[in-house]
Design a protein around this ligand. Structure first.
Ligand SMILES: NC(=O)c1ccc[n+]([C@@H]2O[C@H](COP(=O)([O-])OP(=O)(O)OC[C@H]3O[C@@H](n4cnc5c(N)ncnc54)[C@H](O)[C@@H]3O)[C@@H](O)[C@H]2O)c1
Length: 427
């Protein structure tokens, strides 16, 4: 088995805490040989943890990419709006690439990257990690088996979760589409990818509605403060930073969590550093007093090929963060709940079969096992010369659906036809 050398640019939640960690699990497959981040603390931490020599530690992706090719594969885990420049420079240097989603933040940038990858003859894998999960693979297998007949319509929901919305889309990196990207692209290129992949059908048109309804100044409770540390609702408001980062049973420090999302507030979360981050940093701001503008709820109706329809909902206003899909076919239905990790298949007039995904997969860490499986399959494909699921060629179509859905939302639900949209928006 070949050990691949890897360079990582962007040592944040994904670069450091997801992809670098792969080496700890599979050291025979991957060796980190170069790293870059604009935060010197992250570079120092990663260089010590993964023994990367000082000459191969860089203070930016740009500086790493100034050098000749340093590794077999470049992992690009910088921010959405940086992907284009980093990917195009990496292709010029001759890297095969693992590129975080979204591919880029405009249609033409996405297409530029795809075309440059084709010209360079390099492999570019997009991190549509859901395709690599046992959960979605089981649903696809059931559809393919024919047991529910022809799928006719799908109802899908992305329950973002009130705390995840507050963390990432109100206080955090993806709060403002002028700084990063629209939420339907950032969060749901995954969903548009998986829906098309499950059904094996292209999307022909979309129509979308949604808005930022709640996380705005006018909804701030009477007498609330601009930061949680000064607020009389600090221990009663469900969106309070103290309740999310300390007290939450799911991810709070008081309940033993030391990883994401706490490690986004501070490198090595402890009581003192978390309190400081809440008092001074962006994650301690009141959710009603941030510079956010992305939606908190959005629905998308999709017309797929062969008269198949999909209705998709993304909403902040849920207790938990998970996806749920119901596929309704001519001969039966599938109800799949990612929280319960169950896929229930019921042929009409027959008995239900329940697949417990926890019994089918040995690794459900990181996006239900998708993160590690994607890395493994990418390395296998690179070694054997095959193609990996979720290559840049396949990833563009679901991105276009997200861009079109955003345009439709801005035009109050106007139906957008994908063929026309692609033609007008590509250079
Ligand atoms: N596949 C998924 O499911 C998934 C999940 C979360 C995030 N993402 C995507 O992954 C990417 C990274 O997200 P994250 O959560 O790790 O964000 P993050 O902010 O935690 O990490 C980004 C890192 O890039 C660094 N950076 C900024 N400018 C740089 C430059 N010029 N050179 C080198 N480093 C630079 C930042 O300092 C930061 O450490 C984003 O595009 C995001 O949308 C994908």
């Amino acid at each position: 088995m070949k050990q691949f050398t890897v360079a990582i640019v962007g040592l944040g939640g994904r670069g450091l805490y997801t992809y670098a960690k792969y080496q700890e699990k599979f050291p025979e497959r991957m060796k980190i040989v170069a790293i870059a981040d604009i935060d010197p603390e992250k570079v120092r931490y990663a260089s010590e943890r993964y023994s990367v020599p000082a000459d191969f530690c860089f203070d930016s992706a740009e500086n790493l990419l100034e050098r000749e090719k340093l590794a077999d594969v470049l992992i690009i885990a910088t921010q959405d709006c940086q992907h284009r420049d980093h990917a195009l420079a990496a292709l010029k240097r001759g890297y095969d690439i693992l590129l975080e989603k979204p591919v880029a933040v405009t249609v033409s940038d996405c297409i530029d990257i795809r075309d440059a990858a084709i010209r360079a003859g390099r492999s570019v894998t997009i991190c549509h990690v859901l395709e690599f999960t046992a959960f979605f693979r089981k649903i696809k297998e059931v559809i393919k088996s024919g047991v529910i007949g022809e799928p006719v319509t799908v109802e899908a929901i992305e329950n973002v979760g009130y705390w995840h919305q507050a963390h990432s889309f109100v206080r955090g990196n993806w709060r403002n589409d002028e700084i990063e990207s629209p939420m339907i692209l950032q969060k749901c290129c995954h969903d548009f990818d998986i829906l098309s992949w499950l059904l094996d059908k292209k999307c022909l048109s979309v129509s979308s509605l949604g808005s930022l309804k709640y996380f705005k100044k006018e909804n701030a409770p009477e007498g609330s403060a601009e930061r949680c540390c000064d607020c009389k609702y600090a221990h009663s408001c469900p969106y309070s930073a103290y309740r999310i980062y300390f007290e939450s049973k799911e991810m709070g420090y008081d309940h033993g969590n030391r990883d994401w999302p706490l490690n986004i507030l501070t490198e090595n979360p402890d009581r003192k550093s978390l309190n400081e981050a809440i008092e001074k940093g962006p994650y301690g701001r009141c959710v009603f007093h941030c510079d956010n503008n992305v939606v908190d709820h959005q629905i998308v109706s999709m017309q797929m090929e062969d008269e198949v329809t999909v209705s998709f909902t993304m909403t902040a206003f849920t207790a938990q963060n998970f996806r749920r899909v119901k596929v309704m076919g001519t001969l039966g239905e599938i109800v799949a709940d990612q929280r319960e990790n169950l896929v229930t298949v019921t042929p009409f007039g027959g008995e239900s079969t329940v697949y417990d995904i926890t019994k089918l997969a040995d690794d459900l860490s990181g996006h239900g096992g998708g993160d590690n499986r994607m890395m493994t399959e990418m390395f296998d494909a690179l070694e054997k010369g095959g193609t990996v699921s979720s290559s840049i060629k396949e990833a563009i179509a679901p991105h276009l659906v997200a861009f079109a859905a955003e345009e439709s939302r801005k035009k109050k639900g106007e139906r957008i036809f994908m063929a026309e949209f692609e033609k007008t928006n590509s250079k």
